[in-house]
Design a protein around this ligand. Structure first.
Ligand code: IPD
Length: 276
């Protein structure tokens, strides 16, 4: 049966507001954490509490909906098989490293896929009260105001975001550093907010012109992908082909030309395992 997307949108906005209060309150002090895949891949009690609050809240209204959640996935067992069922892809705290340090650039990132197509995206930084939302075909919004990607086509004038990532694998670090060095020579400026989702939100806002990262997960980019595209930007694979949400690779840009020019410059890397 059909999904009431209007109701889904209203409910997720309310849940994110409620969960945001918890994050903002806990961001006032530095947080205890435990390490996940390595010593810079972190999780806190708040990550777990927020994921539970959002999943329980959705289940109350939509008991049949499926979930792919960062903390559920990393706690072992869960396989991220994306089906045609309505599936919520959730990162309860994107930018956990920032959150642990009380650096106020973390967010909740939630996407809803139906028939494998993203219908709703929401990215919310409760410390700075920045809410980015999109519904498929209805544009992208920042705190209720319609937003547009910058339209920038020229790589030499582009403000670009990326991240060091959450892995210290030597091969991966080599590629990250090589790409930072290449970008620093060619682009206007290079930034790393510490949250993959907020980096993408900046492309949608027209504040940044492009974002790329190898090693992200589906929950980091599901909402950002829709929000960037609804703002008139493009999201592709960093090698220039189609974006694959489970591939752990992303390149978002204001225009197709900028995206393809970035793809030509980037040293490529395939993080393993995939998300599915
Ligand atoms: C991470 C952050 C980080 C990015 C990683 C993400 P998390 O998400 O967005 O900036 O470099 O690729 O996995 O672990 O804080 O939710």
């Amino acid at each position: 049966d059909s999904v009431d997307l209007g109701k889904c949108f209203e409910i997720i906005n309310n849940l994110v507001t409620e969960a945001g209060r918890l994050i903002a309150r806990n961001n006032e002090t530095r947080q205890e954490f435990v390490c996940k895949s390595g010593d810079i891949d972190l999780v806190t009690e708040t990550d777990r509490a927020v994921e539970k609050l959002i999943m329980d809240g959705i289940r109350q209204h939509f008991p049949d909906h499926k979930f792919i959640g960062e903390e559920e996935s990393s706690s072992g067992g869960a396989v991220n098989k994306l089906t045609d069922e309505p599936t919520w892809i959730i990162d309860p705290v994107d930018g956990t490293m920032n959150f642990v340090h009380a650096f106020p650039h973390s967010c909740i990132s939630v996407g809803l896929k139906v028939n494998k197509v993203t219908e709703i995206g929401i990215i919310y930084n409760p410390m700075l009260e920045q809410r980015f939302t999109a519904r498929r075909g209805q544009g992208a919004y920042y705190n209720g105001r319609r937003i547009q990607a910058s339209g920038q086509r020229d790589i030499s004038k582009a403000l670009v975001t990326s991240e060091f990532g959450t892995s210290r694998d030597e091969e991966k670090m080599k590629v990250v550093n090589e790409n930072f060095a290449k970008m620093a020579k060619q682009v206007h400026g290079l930034r790393a907010l510490g949250s993959a989702a907020l980096n993408m939100a900046m492309v949608a806002l027209g504040a940044a012109d492009a974002n790329y990262e190898f090693g992200i997960h589906a929950w980091d980019v599901c909402a950002g992908d829709l929000i960037v595209r609804e703002a008139g930007g493009v999201v592709i694979d960093p090698a220039g082909g189609d974006f694959d949400i489970m591939s752990r690779r992303v390149l978002a840009a204001a225009t197709p030309q900028l995206a393809q020019d970035m793809a030509k410059v980037l040293t490529q890397y395939q993080p393993l395992p995939r998300d599915d």
